[in-house]
Design a protein around this ligand. Structure first.
Ligand code: SF4
Ligand code: SF4
Ligand code: SF4
Length: 260
């Protein structure tokens, strides 16, 4: 299956926010929400300061913690990207807590909200809004192997100015759907060096979640059984009261109990 990815070249980002605006208007993202945040970063000590702009956005992890914990299937993988079907979201906030990049947020309607890789635009044959608008070609979108090759080419060129320049996302979290070209170490740029899905989350999905669903089923079964026993006891009580009536007619108490 062909997988796709974004290239995000931090060495080329000029912080113009054109991607932010294009994403918001193109996807009609409601006021107060946005799928990309541009943050200015300064590193080093005076007078040897270096600056860059970080794009905080969904990085479309292959081993996506959000997908792992989502109990309704609202979050899912498609062609290498992490899609979100908001109609299926129950607002449980598991994805909000699980994402190593703090990406999903609950919108005003109580449902998760994040970049879905412009699924509708791409399926119609278009280019994601953010990529189409970026004036410095810091963003690209293509088949993942081509994006990886371009990322390594750019990182090698960037090393001439920044010795720590590197590609981030080739293997992290199973391989990101947004491959970054960084001018410095990931940690220096606020990115986790090892954003893999914690074992506890994998255990949650594979064992605890089905077990909790099983317990819910058992609870429903026991409630049903208790109702059957209560009804049987109730009828037994009616028969006893009827037997005490010498005329064979139900006593007023029995008739009242039977009608309940
Ligand atoms: S960055 Fe967060 S929201 Fe995006 S795919 Fe990874 S875990 Fe999910
Ligand atoms: S891919 Fe689309 S939804 Fe995602 S950040 Fe870019 S413009 Fe926004
Ligand atoms: S449009 Fe391109 S250059 Fe401008 S902030 Fe977004 S990624 Fe950076």
């Amino acid at each position: 299956m062909t997988t796709y990815a974004f290239l995000l070249d931090i060495g080329r980002c000029i912080g113009c926010q054109a991607c932010v605006a294009a994403c918001k208007t193109g996807n009609e993202v409601p006021e107060g929400r946005q799928y990309i945040r541009i943050v200015e970063q300064t590193r080093g000590t005076f007078p040897n300061l270096r600056g860059s702009f970080q794009n905080l956005r969904c990085y479309h992890c292959a081993d996506a913690a959000c997908v792992t914990v989502c109990p309704t299937g609202a979050l899912y993988k498609e062609e290498g990207l992490t899609r979100l079907d908001r109609e299926k979201c129950s607002g449980c906030t598991y994805c909000v807590d699980a994402c190593p990049y703090d990406v999903p947020v609950l919108a005003d309607d109580g449902r998760s909200s994040k970049c879905d890789g412009c699924a509708a635009v791409v399926k119609a044959g278009g280019t994601p809004w953010c990529v189409k608008t970026c004036p410095s070609h810091a963003l690209l979108y293509d088949e993942r192997p081509k994006i990886l090759a371009e990322a390594h080419r750019r990182a090698a060129a960037l090393k001439m100015r920044y010795p720590n320049a590197q590609v981030y996302g080739e293997t992290e979290a199973g391989g990101l759907g947004v491959v970054l070209v960084l001018p410095d170490d990931p940690m220096a740029l606020g990115l986790p060096a090892n954003p893999n899905v914690p074992l506890s989350l994998t255990a949650w999905q594979k064992a605890l979640q089905p077990a909790s669903l099983g317990l819910t089923g058992l609870s429903i079964a026991f409630t049903g059984l208790a109702a059957v026993i209560a009804r049987r006891n109730h009828l037994q009580e009616v028969r006893t009261l009827e037997a005490r009536n010498s005329t064979g007619q139900p006593t007023p108490e029995a008739q009242e109990t039977k009608d309940q």
